[in-house]
Every structure is written in structure tokens, then in C-alpha cells.
Design a protein around this ligand. Structure first.
Ligand code: BJW
Length: 230
């Protein structure tokens, strides 16, 4: 590729063909709850059991042997390996499929499903087990202080300074498998446009931000991303 500074943003669509459900599809509800109703600090305060149950189920699913990176994740890892210049992959996904495909320069802006955070100390722990709301934290030995290390609505996404720094100097911005409903990620294309980068959307269908992109590629990520990076 002729570009010097590439930023790629991914969303739930890139993991759909690995067997992980997206959020805003027709079947996007979880036990009749919208994501906006379970992924908030207020929901966790009101009903920690429900919120832990949501993440316990998704953690258990992620650890199933048939949930694996697909050709789209692999193509992005290959793109990074072949890059001599700057490359940053920013994912909104909390699964670990990019790293399992071999991506390294990666930011999980909405956190990681396999991490827990102590709300008292801020310490982050790797965790593959189901979590009960009354579980004791291994740093402070208190019950009820552990939460998923996930960015919920109303919270600040992670590593925003690094992300904006990369966007402000990129010459190619590619958005893959995201509906463009959730900010600040949905606004990254405008930052890239403001510095004259070429902007490309790869998605199953036009996203909410479609008109902001220079190029559009519509189709399944596992087919379109490998073709795009070739
Ligand atoms: C395929 C495919 C295939 C399918 N191949 N494609 C009013 C206006 C503007 C903003 C706000 C507002 N009111 C409130 C806000 C802020 C709020 C927000 O954006 N709300 C909107 C709902 C309006 N945002 C926040 O609160 C964020 N924080 C924040 O703004 O802090 C302040 C701040 C200020 C300034 C700078 C920086 C910060 C936090 C957002 C946290 C989002 N968290 C979630 C849940 C936690 C993670 C989890 O549990 O997994 O993150 S919500 C959920 O949506 C999840 C996702 O990462 C995120 C995005 O979803 P995504 O990835 O786009 O998935 P879908 O399902 O929507 O789309 C999938 C797409 O793939 C579809 O288009 C399909 O077609 C496609 N697809 N199969 C290719 N095979």
C-alpha cells in the first residue's frame, strides 16, 4: 500500500462471521434487553447480577473452541506485519480475535471481556471465569468491587489521546463492520477527513456515517477485507 500512516477502526461486524453476535441487528437484543440498557454504570449499580450475567455469557461464548479469528482479522494482522510505516488498529470490540490473529499495535477502546477491574483500586485483572456479584476482589478482598473492564455508555473510551494523535496524522482511515451509531468512534471519519486522509468504509450495508466516506465496499468482512488489503 502507498500509505504512510494507516488507522483501521473495527466494530462488531468483523467478528460476526466468527460467531459473535452484533449489537444492532434484528436479533440484537439480549434476553429482551437492549445493549443501551445493560451497558451503563447505572444498570450495574441497579442490578449487578444482571450485568455480570450478560458478560459471563459472552465470556463463556468467546472461550468456546469454535470461536476463532476469521480471514478479516487475519488480513489486518498481515497488513500490519507488512507495514513499514505507522499502523494502528482501533477496535470497539471487547473480544480477543484481533490479537489471536496476530495484531499487535491494537487499542481496545471499549475495553476487554477477559479483564476485570476493581472499582476501589482501579487494578485490572485477567479473568476467564464467571463472576458472581458478591465475588471478593483479589487486591482489596472486598465483596462487590469487581466489574468488567468495559467502557459503558457515559464513560470515557480508553486511550483516546493516542487514537486522536494517530487520526490527526493518518493518510488512510478504514472503518470495518461498524454501524456508526456510537460516538466517539462514529466521529473518527470526520477527524480523518479533516486532515485529508482517504476514508474507506467496509461493511455489510451502508452505515449511518456512509456519506462521510470517500470509498464504500459492501459485503461480508471475511471476503472484502482480504481483497482490500491485497
Ligand atoms: C458486517 C457483518 C459482516 C454485520 N461483515 N459487516 C447523542 C449524540 C452523540 C453521542 C451521544 C448522544 N447521547 C449519548 C452519546 C454518547 C454515547 C453514544 O454514542 N450514544 C449513542 C447510542 C447515541 N457514547 C458514549 O457514551 C461513549 N462515551 C463517550 O461518549 O464519552 C464521552 C466522550 C466525549 C468526547 C470524546 C470522547 C468521549 C461510550 C460508548 C460505549 C459503548 N459501549 C458498547 C458496549 C460495551 C462493550 C460491550 O459490551 O461489548 O460498545 S455499546 C456497543 O456499541 C459496543 C460496541 O463497541 C458499540 C458499537 O457497535 P458496533 O460495533 O458498531 O456494532 P453494531 O451492531 O451497531 O453494528 C455492526 C455493523 O456490522 C452493522 O452495520 C452491520 O451491517 C455490520 N455487519 N455483519 C461486515 N459479516
Amino acid at each position: 500500500m502507498q500509505y504512510q500512516n494507516i488507522v483501521v477502526l473495527t466494530g462488531a461486524g468483523i467478528s460476526a462471521e466468527s460467531g459473535i453476535r452484533t449489537f444492532r441487528a434484528a436479533d440484537g437484543l439480549w434476553e429482551n434487553h437492549r445493549i443501551e440498557d445493560v451497558a451503563t454504570p447505572e444498570a450495574f449499580e441497579r442490578d449487578p447480577e444482571l450485568v455480570h450475567q450478560f458478560y459471563n455469557q459472552r465470556r463463556e461464548q468467546l472461550l468456546l473452541p469454535d470461536i476463532r479469528p476469521n480471514p478479516a482479522h487475519q488480513a489486518l494482522a498481515k497488513l500490519e506485519q507488512g507495514c513499514t510505516e505507522q499502523f494502528l488498529l482501533v477496535t470497539q470490540n471487547i473480544d480477543n480475535l484481533h490479537e489471536r490473529a496476530g495484531s499487535h499495535n491494537l487499542i481496545h477502546m471499549h475495553g476487554e471481556l477477559l479483564n476485570l477491574r476493581c472499582i476501589t483500586s482501579g487494578q485490572v485483572f485477567s479473568n476467564h471465569q464467571p463472576v458472581a456479584p458478591e465475588a471478593r476482589c483479589r487486591c482489596c478482598d472486598q465483596a462487590g468491587t469487581l466489574r468488567p473492564d468495559i467502557v459503558w455508555f457515559g464513560e470515557m473510551p480508553m486511550q483516546m489521546e493516542l487514537i486522536y494523535e494517530a487520526l490527526e496524522s493518518c493518510d488512510l482511515f478504514v472503518s470495518i463492520g461498524t454501524s456508526g451509531h456510537v460516538y466517539p468512534a462514529a466521529g473518527f471519519v470526520e477527524v480523518a477527513n479533516s486532515v485529508g486522509a482517504e476514508t474507506v468504509e467496509i461493511n455489510l450495508e451502508p452505515s449511518k456515517k456512509q456519506s462521510a466516506f470517500d470509498r464504500h465496499i459492501y459485503g461480508p468482512a471475511s471476503r472484502e477485507v482480504p481483497l482490500f488489503v491485497e
